[in-house]
Design a binder for this molecule. Structure first.
Ligand SMILES: [Zn+2]
Length: 304
């Protein structure tokens, strides 16, 4: 990726949207490597979802959250360990209780350093934002799900199992029917497959499809994607439909022992035809690579 195509990954506290009583989102303004950031309040506590990439972005988020909380206790969680979601957590260490699922904590501890190096190589403005990053250690770690009482409001945090990463987590606010999905869902963009063999092969297309089926069945009223515009339950079914089509078209060609380059060319053209307005076309190839590796016939002779 060339530097000129990647804008400054800067969080801006503008256009803040109130989705429900005491529940706001700082939208990512469709800027790459900036996540949608959530603040969810109860009578005695406020939960922040995502930090932005690096200490300077996280300082802005913490300042806004401190104002917003107006004396209430702060909690921080992140949907998964990727840099723009979690690599600002250190800034919250004295101000908030950092709470995540165990698989994500393991991702952060085992893969965080490698991602720091990889992202520093994406260009000077990203490297600048990653200066001084120290990977944070969570204060509370849970295994499967955690109900966080904010006072008159309970937020449910759940580990989904391996999908976009090994440690994905969704955050739901049942009283407002809102779901934060992290990068399990992007709006107006092809699903991000961080498939970088041999360095990172944790993403699972088949796992992701199962997760999307479960989440779509819950029919939340409002879905906050990792990146892109806030929407409804339709965002969940759109991602599920895309992933199933990507799997089916990839496996159909894999069955015919077509070369992987040809599979990529054909599937990529099909997906772009289906979603001409979606950004991130380069992620299609990564998705095809991941699903080729998950092809059932191939798995018979691999170590999986
Ligand atoms: Zn991600």
């Amino acid at each position: 990726m060339a530097e000129h195509v990647l804008p400054e990954p800067a969080v801006e506290i503008t256009g803040v949207r109130e989705l429900a009583r005491d529940l706001v989102v700082v939208p990512n303004r469709n800027v790459q490597l900036v996540p949608n950031i959530g603040l969810i309040g109860g009578t005695h506590s406020v939960l922040v979802v995502e930090t932005g990439m690096g200490p300077a972005n996280a300082e802005k988020v913490l300042e806004f959250a401190t104002d917003y909380a107006a004396g209430r206790k702060l909690y921080l969680t992140t949907t998964h360990f990727h840099p723009e979601h979690a690599f600002g957590a250190q800034v919250f260490s004295d101000a908030a209780t950092f709470l995540i699922n165990r698989a994500q904590a393991t991702d952060l501890a085992t893969k965080g350093g490698g991602y720091l190096e990889m992202f520093r190589g994406l260009g000077p403005s990203i490297a600048r934002h990653l200066e001084g990053v120290e990977l944070a250690t969570p204060d509370i770690v849970y295994d499967h799900s955690y109900d966080l009482d904010l006072g008159g409001r309970v937020v449910r945090m759940r580990a989904t199992g391996r999908a976009h990463s090994k440690g994905d987590q969704v955050v739901t606010i049942p009283d407002a029917e809102v779901m934060f999905t992290g990068d399990l869902v992007e709006a107006g963009q092809f699903a991000i497959f961080p498939w970088f063999p041999p360095h990172d092969t944790d993403v699972s297309g088949t796992g992701w499809i199962r997760v999307m089926e479960r989440l779509a069945a819950e029919q939340p009223k409002i879905v906050v994607p990792g990146h892109g515009d806030i929407g409804g339950a339709r965002l969940l079914t759109d991602v599920g439909d895309y992933l199933r089509l990507l799997r089916d078209e990839t496996w159909l060609r894999r069955d015919s022992s077509m070369s992987q380059d040809t599979i990529v060319d054909e599937v990529r053209a099909l997906m772009i035809e289906r979603h001409p307005d979606w950004a991130g076309q380069d992620w299609i190839e990564q998705g095809v690579g991941c699903l080729c590796a998950e092809h059932p016939h191939r798995n018979g002779d691999s170590e999986q």
